[in-house]
Design a protein around this ligand. Sequence first.
Ligand SMILES: N[C@@H](CCC(=O)N[C@@H](CS)C(=O)NCC(=O)O)C(=O)O
Length: 214
Amino acid sequence: MLLYDAARPNPRAVRMTLLEKCITVSSRDVDVDGGENRRPDFLVRNPGGQVPVLVLDDGTWLAESGAIFQYLEERFPDPPLIGRTAEERAVTRMWQRRIERRITEPLYAAFHYGPAVEMYRTRMVVLPECTNGFKALMLDGMAWLNPLLSGTVVPERFTVADIGLFVALDFAASIGWPIPGSLRHLERWFQTTAERPTARASLHPKSSQTGVHY
Ligand SMILES: N[C@@H](CCC(=O)N[C@@H](CS)C(=O)NCC(=O)O)C(=O)O
């Protein structure tokens, strides 16, 4: 397998998943700033034009972090990061989707339409006038999740829902969008997740140069 990687949060989520499962794969950094992922030879294999992409041993280009998590879980079930049973897997997916819809998707939209708008305006429809609205949605999602958290996102199991949320909130904090101080449960969950060895180990080497956590 080959991971098309980059100093970006969604690729970090795949790196952290690989580390949690002790899987080693080859990887290659894509020049996202230079638009390598938007060139015809990349788009023909991944029409989404984004990273991460995991190239499977049969040559399949697998994009979308959620699909990559699923594939890794099925091929390398231990330790489980989605679930051992149909019920566990379904509950993880439910939380993963809630986290995406209420927190991480608004967060990334606010980033694309705000601080990164100059890069993204040639790549996608951008709505700079909606940046603050998406930030408000992100904050609302964080406030919704806060009282529901007593440990991990899915109670008593560390899952890909924690990984997706952690890399997004770590990225956000490093660009100046920290978890509001009033959200104590979310902050405690964040600190606990940050203590996992894979949280640090999954940081891209560029993080130490730029200070951005991705
Ligand atoms: N839905 C995709 C989102 C991937 C994504 O947003 N990738 C960003 C980096 S985190 C990217 O490739 N940005 C560069 C671009 O869109 O040109 C996933 O879950 O993997």
